[in-house]
Ligand binder design. Structure first.
Ligand code: MRU
Length: 352
């Protein structure tokens, strides 16, 4: 399978700090920001300087290292250090509620903290090594997802995607856009239709930017246009990412994804979810148990700082919705493409 390397490294641990692309600046600037303490990392996740489920997982893992470095400056007793750091880790995991990758990666760091037999300096070193390992594994996992996914992309396909599940939502290759990258490497006639993705416009601001940077053809459409193009026969498949997938295959992703899935079903277009196993939360039976982040009303009432509606209008702004498993043709993971019955195929994937 040919490989198409993304030029982007979204988040990276460097010696004593975390360096990430500042995604709040898109599309006007492509800038890196250095995060040097735990509270700044919490804020970076919350304010979406870093965003996308796998990327915020890695950010959370880096955040625990940053807190460990800070704690070591004032705490010398190991037991006290561990108890303080575990509380900070839980705080880090609470920065955003829906993407389970954040809790998953922080939990991986907590296991190191709880099980280490080293002194404080040694624990920090182990946390750094583990953070780096998770970072590098993320790219490898995404490439596997990409290669499995490419097998179901028809020749010359137009793939519709929603939000950004690309290099900029991960460490550097992408899940849904990883599938696009792997497919494009073998078939340069593949192209993408990107939903704008209101309210924060990750499709317009981020997906079009990263695909353009990598020379992959992309057409921007607004969210309401997807069924129009499906009816015209211009969409061959849908591929999106996920923030949390329940044990039965119900998948939470950016608000609006559910609408796309319903439209795809109606038009007989396969709807795929691409996600690593770390996005699957087997502790919950169905999507009903997924906590949906409620975000600032300004995201709906304003565009680029300017109001687009009547002053004081009532607003609701859930950040995610849940696509029921029966609308999903397959879940593309690093262990292969999982098919219905998802309760069975997901359980089996975790045993592999
Ligand atoms: O609010 P965001 O931008 O963090 O939401 C991102 C998404 O919904 C992505 O599709 C999802 O995290 C998958 S990223 C590989």
């Amino acid at each position: 399978m040919a490989e198409f390397q993304s030029k982007i490294k979204t988040i990276e641990w460097i010696d004593t700090y975390s360096r990430m692309v500042d995604q709040t600046k898109f599309p006007y600037a492509f800038e890196y920001v250095e995060i040097t303490n735990g509270q700044d990392m919490f804020n970076a996740i919350k304010t979406m300087i870093v965003r996308g489920a796998p990327a915020i997982g890695i950010a959370g893992a880096h955040g625990v290292v940053l807190y460990a470095q800070e704690g070591a400056k004032t705490i010398s007793d190991k037991a006290e250090f561990i108890s303080w750091l575990l509380k900070k880790a839980d705080y880090m995991a609470s920065a955003r509620p829906t993407a389970v990758n954040l809790m998953w990666a922080v939990e991986k760091q907590k296991e190191i903290i709880k099980n280490s037999t080293s002194d404080i300096v040694g624990i920090i070193e182990e946390l750094k090594i583990n953070g780096k390992k998770l970072e590098l594994e993320d790219i490898e996992i995404n490439k596997k997802i990409g290669d499995y996914g490419a097998e179901v992309v028809p020749k010359g396909a137009t793939i519709l995607t929603h939000c950004n599940a690309g290099a900029l939502a991960t460490v550097g290759y992408g899940t849904a856009l990883g599938v696009v990258r792997s497919a494009f490497a073998n078939d340069p006639t593949v192209q993408v239709f990107a939903d704008e993705t209101r309210p924060r416009q990750q499709g317009a601001r981020i997906t079009t930017l990263e695909l353009t940077m990598d020379g992959i053809p992309v057409t921007l459409i607004t969210d309401g246009m997807c069924s129009y193009f499906m009816k015209k026969g211009m969409i061959d498949m849908v591929c999106v990412g996920a923030d949390r997938i329940a044990a039965n295959g119900d998948a939470a992703n950016k608000i609006g994804t559910y609408t796309v899935a319903i439209a795809a079903k109606y038009h007989n277009i396969p709807f795929y979810v691409a996600a690593p196993l770390s996005t699957i939360d087997t502790s919950i039976k169905s999507g009903d148990e997924i906590v949906i982040e409620e975000r600032s009303h300004d995201e709906v009432t304003h565009i680029n700082g300017k109001s687009i509606c009547a002053d004081g209008v009532k607003v609701i702004n859930p950040g995610f919705d849940v696509t029921p498993h029966e609308l999903i043709a397959g879940i593309i993971t690093e262990k292969g493409i999982l098919r219905p019955d998802y309760t069975k195929s997901i359980a089996e994937a975790f045993k592999m």
